[in-house]
Design a protein around this ligand. Structure first.
Ligand SMILES: [Zn+2]
Length: 572
């Protein structure tokens, strides 16, 4: 836009001899044109372009007004100070009218969002300029985001608040990826703030707080990208996007969003199918434990009965259930699973999703109707109520194998929970065949772990043989590069990379059954110990001795739990 600038030399045509004698008068006459041209080129023209308001049409209109003002200045016949004043005020009115008409018409245009309408208030304008400047400083979009129906989500234009939100939304994901997080959660912390947190190898790390208004827009951004209904702020919605760019070569992100009175919450799960896709032999079971589980699944051993799968939240229960189901032959056996969320498609296995937010039969009824169809193997993802336990205990466990997942942190507690829920110790014990307990420890980063010699006192406390353990490892986080310590690039300075399971696996035989019926838990513990099978804690200690994990990790997973356990995620 250079309408006014082109007209500059002609202004002097209006000047009569009187005016030419003084410098300030032509400058004053020139001023409205400069202001008007600046306004058009920096604000109005960009506005028209950004919201598709007919940029060319408006330019034509501006030219007409500009020319009209110019004609007035040139042609006004009055000479002297009166002529000058009339020319000045007249051109000011014409040029001002042009701007006024543009603002009032375009503000009524539905293409312009409410927050983006122009205002003639100078204070507001300078505020909006500040906001744009801030948006510029925020940075630029780095990620390629492919959402629903394989559609790429284009970054918004520069200088817009939408870009700021996009950049913030991306930064949260980039930060999570670089920290090797498996999951990112954003949920309300208090009335005005949301909190982001990152789940890294099963340990939650706090992120930066986010202003509530921004957090909601960030959640909406990801929902929109995944093709979810942004206006549905209550129900649980699930979607998926693929992100790449920057430090991320390519990652699938699963979105879970829901809302409550306190606000919205969102979980972003990195590569969800990969996370639960492990062979039983890769879960971290000790050799004898793996043999036992394989035996339970083998054709020769295949008899019915219930096997309890016990692990706290976020300790690989889903992965464990999937891996054990995959030990069975899906072609010769009828295998079914009942799950809250189908996290990976299992070949040959009928996976039934049960969703609490959808009207229909309750969990126990779904379990009952599945068991009635005489499947060979059924995996049940949770024990949410006593009816489910009673349904399992009363089913034909002579021929059906049931893997029942229980959210608890030990084999003994799993048995107690199940027996209590069934309400009849004899009936519960009759069908029990085994119990598997699992907790995850973090694996020491092989690039930076630090060896040390444990003291005899420490070994004694841990119950480890003094003569056999000469070396243990602790986390590092730093490596020496040319004799200078630097942050380890493999684990990003955390000292750990990845997780492995520590298992306690016990068959339930007649001796154990008798103790369960008596409710003699100390006796049951003694019987289990007598078999010489490692518990979760012992398995974890063995992994520390092997240099896979640290004593700190063993202590972390076996120490009594603090009462304020976060219920941030219901994911198993
Ligand atoms: Zn490292």
């Amino acid at each position: 836009m250079s309408i006014a600038l082109a007209s500059v030399p002609t202004i002097t045509l209006a000047a009569d001899a009187y005016m030419l004698m003084s410098i300030w008068k032509p400058v004053l006459l020139f001023a409205p044109f400069v202001g008007w041209a600046w306004m058009i080129s920096t604000v109005l023209d960009k506005h028209a372009q950004r919201f598709f308001l007919g940029q060319e049409k408006w330019n034509a209109i501006h030219i007409i007004f500009g020319v009209a003002a110019l004609i007035l200045v040139v042609a006004l016949p009055v000479s002297g100070i009166a002529g000058f004043a009339a020319a000045f005020v007249g051109s000011l009115i014409i040029l001002g009218l042009d701007i006024l008409i543009f603002v009032s018409i375009t503000n009524k245009d539905t293409k312009v969002p409410e927050g983006e309408r122009l205002t003639l208030n100078m204070k507001d304008m300078s505020e909006s300029r500040e906001a744009k400047k801030a948006a510029k400083q925020i940075g630029s979009s780095e990620l390629n985001i492919v959402g629903a129906n394989k559609i790429t989500v284009q970054p918004p234009p520069k200088d817009t608040p939408e870009l700021g939100i996009r950049v913030s939304a991306e930064q949260i994901v980039i930060k999570g990826f670089e920290a090797h997080a498996s999951q990112i959660d954003i949920l309300p912390a208090n009335e005005s703030t949301y909190a982001a947190s990152y789940l890294v190898d099963g340990v939650r790390q706090a992120g930066d707080p986010i202003a509530a208004a921004d957090a909601i827009q960030i959640i909406d951004f990801w929902k929109k990208a995944a093709g979810l209904d942004v206006n549905d702020r209550r129900r649980k919605l699930t979607g998926q996007v693929t992100v790449s760019g920057g430090s991320i070569s390519s990652a699938e992100l699963k979105l879970n969003t829901s809302g409550s009175k306190s606000g919205m919450r969102m979980s972003l799960i990195f590569n969800p199918a990969q996370a639960v896709r492990r062979k039983a032999s890769d879960l971290g079971m000790l050799d004898q434990q793996l043999d036992m589980v394989k035996n339970w699944a083998s054709e020769l051993e295949h008899v019915g009965g219930t096997v309890l799968l016990c692990a706290p939240s976020d300790n690989g229960r889903t992965t464990m259930a999937y891996s054990i189901m995959k030990l069975h032959d899906a072609y010769t056996s009828n295998i079914q699973s009942i799950e809250y969320e189908i996290e990976d498609q299992l070949e040959g296995i009928k996976q039934i999703q049960w969703d609490s937010s959808v009207e229909g039969p309750d969990f126990a009824t779904t379990v009952r109707s599945t068991l009635r169809r005489d499947p060979d193997i059924v995996s049940i993802c949770d024990l949410p109520d006593v009816e489910t336990a009673q349904t399992v205990a009363n089913s034909d466990l002579e021929r059906t194998r049931v893997y029942l997942s229980i959210r608890t942190d030990s084999a003994l507690k799993g048995i107690q929970t199940y027996v209590q829920a069934v309400g009849d110790p004899k009936l519960a014990a009759k069908g029990l065949r085994g119990v598997v307990a699992c907790k995850l420890v973090r694996v020491l980063c092989g690039n930076c772990k630090v060896p040390y010699q444990p003291t005899p006192d420490m070994l004694k406390k841990l119950g480890l043989p003094e003569d056999k353990v000469s070396e243990l490892f602790k986390k590092g986080g730093q490596v020496l590069v040319r004799n200078k310590p630097e942050t380890c690039s493999v684990c990003a300075g955390v000292g750990y990379s990845g997780q492995t399971g520590c298992f306690g696996i016990f068959p339930i035989g007649d001796e154990e059954r008798a103790m369960i019926i008596e409710g003699n838990w100390n006796g049951l513990r003694a019987v289990m110990r007598k078999r010489g099978l490692p518990s979760v804690q012992q398995a974890a200690l063995r992994k520390a001795v092997m240099g896979i994990t640290s004593i700190e990790e063993v202590t972390r997973i076996t120490a009594p739990k603090k009462s304020s356990s976060s219920k941030a995620t219901a994911k198993a």
